[in-house]
Design a protein around this ligand. Structure first.
Ligand code: HAM
Length: 436
């Protein structure tokens, strides 16, 4: 018989899968709260216009979009950044600065399927609005590290590649390129790691071949791996923007160093990020082994709030995706087995005993204990087997004798000891058992 399948790239969460997802979301949420970020949410379906020309060609080509019954062009959200810009922009004057917000939500991109990439996935987004200086980047990169480390990952497992679109701009400007060509080169840099010199093809088609010396300089710049290396290369080009920008770099790296986090961060000009709206520092998190696609990505986007109709408002943020992240946790054995064992399992003799048990079950559940019982009458032996399999700590036994005496028999399922307790004292005895 034919059964319906999920659409390609969409996931179903059976209870054990959802328990893992909840575990991940819970620790992300905890980290954000410790850092003083406030949680928000927004619609899954948005006007298509919100993403056109703002998120960049790649995401635009991947949109799940359609015309709704009212003739509106709409899209399932592929990311949160344009949406949060609208939310913050609309209330910018009323919100206390700096605005530190986070969300955990589902996104949709019509991507080619591969390991760690789906067509629906979840992201943890964290963003700061209203802070133009690198203080915001310090706070966000620290939060990103905390979000990963709270699961037991260390600097041996992941690292953050830090780069700067401003420096690329200043450098390429100094090499004589105009704005359109600079964007073309940034596209090359974005694709170079994956495609090597093939990445120059699109540039050449649009602007003609790059001069060999220029190409050499670009390739050398994208290989820079330290602040000292940056300073050395940039010392030759001068200009009044560079000094203050390098001071920002020192502030950012110095701040992270003071937090004890420098070991997680590497200068790497090979990262420029594919999204169109980034304006300054950009960063991405990867697993150290390089076996997985990006765990997280983010950066500064100082113009986007205004482009979407709000006031001028500096902004920076990042998102962690749940798919590569869960793969990494799994590979490192850091996803705990999440149990669903009850505290107490009731073994019930018959219909009259069931009524007595129901009264206690209700009281114990109200007191916060997880209690299970067989929904249908069955032999004692079968029920004891079910109690053992459930991995409950205690069994409560409701037999004819117990009912006649007004007691409940308690069996410790770990050491198999038993004793009788007057019904009226049951909750107190159970509470004592679980508090020792
Ligand atoms: P992004 O780099 O497109 O950035 O996505 C961030 C992370 O989401 C990626 O590193 C990856 O883990 C995950 N991700 C993206 N696409 C997929 C997919 N198709 N399947 C599975 N996981 C995926 C952004 O989305 C920016 N809006 C982040 C940001 C927030 N920038 C500023 N604030």
């Amino acid at each position: 018989m034919a059964t319906f399948q999920t659409l390609p790239g969409f996931r179903e969460f059976y209870p054990e899968d959802l328990a893992r997802r909840n575990h991940i979301f819970r620790l992300w949420r905890q980290s954000a709260q410790v850092f003083g970020f406030a949680e928000y949410d927004a619609p899954i379906l948005e006007p298509l216009e919100l993403y056109k020309a703002k998120s960049g060609e790649e995401i635009e080509a991947q949109l799940f979009s359609f015309v709704d019954k009212g003739g509106r062009e709409v899209a399932l959200r592929p990311e949160m950044t344009p949406t949060i810009c609208r939310l913050v922009g609309a209330r910018a004057n009323a919100l206390k600065r700096p605005i530190k917000w986070f969300s955990i939500a589902e996104f949709y991109r019509y991507e080619r399927m591969q390991k760690g990439r789906g067509r629906s996935f979840n992201q943890f987004n964290a963003d700061i609005f209203g802070e133009p200086g690198p203080e915001a980047e310090i706070e966000l990169i620290a939060l990103l590290i905390q979000c990963l480390c709270s699961f037991g990952l260390t600097e041996q497992d992941f690292y953050i590649r830090l780069s700067d679109r401003n420096l690329w701009f200043y450098y390429l400007e100094a090499l004589g390129l105009d704005e359109a060509r600079i964007h073309g080169v940034l596209g090359v840099v974005d694709r170079h790691e994956k495609y090597g010199d093939e990445a120059f093809k699109a540039y050449t088609e649009k602007f003609g071949a790059l001069d060999a010396a220029l190409q050499g300089k670009i390739l050398a710049f994208l290989q820079i791996k330290s602040l000292a290396g940056l300073e050395r290369t940039l010392a030759t080009i001068g200009g009044d923007k560079l000094g203050p920008r390098l001071a920002d770099w020192r502030k950012l790296l110095g701040g992270l160093e003071a937090m004890g986090l420098a070991r997680y961060v590497e200068v790497d000009l090979g990262v420029v990020r594919g999204l169109a709206y980034y304006t300054g520092f950009v960063f991405e998190a990867f697993d150290r082994k390089g076996a997985l696609r990006a765990l997280a990505g983010g950066g500064r986007y100082d113009d986007l709030v205004q482009k979407l109709g709000g006031p001028a408002l500096p902004a920076v943020g990042f998102a962690i995706g749940d798919m590569t992240f869960a793969l990494l946790l799994e590979q490192r054995g850091l996803l705990p087995a999440i149990g669903s064992a009850p505290d107490i399992y009731c073994v019930i003799g018959g219909e009259r005993e069931r009524m007595a048990a129901f009264a206690d079950i209700h009281l114990l559940r109200t007191a916060g204990y997880r209690v299970e019982y067989p929904l249908k009458d069955s032999a004692f032996g079968k029920q004891f087997k079910a109690a053992a399999e459930s991995q409950a700590k205690l069994a409560l036994i409701y037999g004819t004798d117990e009912l006649a005496k007004g007691v409940v028999k308690i069996r410790d399922l770990t050491d198999r000891t038993e004793h009788e307790v007057p019904s009226a004292q049951l909750v107190t005895v159970v509470r004592d058992f679980f508090s020792t």
